[in-house]
Design a protein around this ligand. Structure first.
Ligand SMILES: [Zn+2]
Length: 291
């Protein structure tokens, strides 16, 4: 969790009057214009406590990034697309289950899951086209191509009837979208640290890429073996491996979705810098992309 304000921090402030709207941490009274070392006139809470809750003490370590809110919205929408697009896999499971158990519940679930996959992949495509800023920067260009291309390919798969081939193929666009999101997440993730533990802000995408690749690779190999040889046992093991990996990926996509909500919150409601709170000129205001 965040530490309280330290004397070192206040020594950076020439005159300790609050010069930015600052709600009292206890009663929400606006402390603008009051002495930082004083107390809230409404409830008596220490103003330093209100500052500690809203100040970003590490802001110096982040250079301003172009279009933070649009990038955060893209990550959030991509996470919806990844989780929703995985419904091509769930639709296949529901179809298999409806044949196996002759259950109406599974039969009705198939078109719903297909609809979710179609809608979410389309949403993901639109985010990479219309929301992610068009910046001439290697990471952004790569994100545009891999993200929009991946979701376009995934959408083309989602509108087909569910099948093993479609579910297997979906691993490829999923991996493309993960590669598109990785550099954006690496930059924006740590910015949400003020709202939660630093450890939770760094989600590693490598594991997700591995499970997604394993799901597609094992499933494709199983289909190849089943069609060319009589290695049914090996094919069954590979299919089970593919199913387990796809399930792991789906769980990872849901975690990424939760993670992206925190990032979205941090981007739309950034904490105050010391300079903002005390009305001092910021030291580095040159907008650039953090490398
Ligand atoms: Zn108060």
């Amino acid at each position: 969790m965040r530490s309280a304000l330290q004397p070192m921090t206040l020594s950076r402030v020439p005159d300790a009057l609050i010069r930015h709207p600052l709600p009292c941490v206890r009663c929400k009274y606006d402390l603008l214009g009051l002495e930082a070392r004083g107390t809230c006139p409404e409830c008596g809470a220490s103003i330093l406590n209100s500052l500690a809750a809203r100040l970003d003490l590490d802001s110096d370590s982040f250079l301003p990034m172009h279009g933070v809110r649009r990038v955060a919205t893209t990550i959030f929408t991509a996470a919806i697309g990844l989780a929703g697009g995985s419904c091509v896999f769930l639709a296949l499971l529901a179809q298999v289950a409806s044949h196996a158990f002759e259950s109406d519940g599974f039969t009705h679930a198939v078109p719903v899951l297909r609809g979710i996959a179609v809608g979410c992949t389309l949403l993901g495509f639109l985010a990479f086209i219309a929301v992610l800023p068009w910046i001439r920067h290697r990471e952004f260009i790569r994100a545009h191509i891999l993200g929009a291309g991946g979701f376009a390919m995934w959408y083309a798969a989602a509108i087909q009837p569910p099948s093993v081939i479609i579910a297997t193929y979906a691993a490829l666009p999923a991996a493309m979208v993960l590669l598109a999101v990785t550099p954006l997440l690496r930059d924006l993730g740590p910015r949400s640290r003020a709202y939660r533990s630093a450890r939770a802000t760094a989600q590693r995408i490598d594991g997700l890429l591995l499970s997604t690749g394993l799901a597609g690779g094992a499933s494709a190999t199983a289909e190849l073996l089943a069609s060319t040889t009589n290695s049914d046992d090996i094919a069954t093991v590979l299919r089970l491996t593919a199913g387990a990996s796809a399930t792991l990926s789906l769980i990872g996509f849901c975690y990424l979705l939760l993670n992206s909500i925190w990032i979205l919150r941090a981007a739309f409601r950034p904490l105050l810098t010391i300079e903002q709170a005390f009305g001092v000129e910021a030291s580095a205001t040159n907008p650039t992309i953090r490398k």
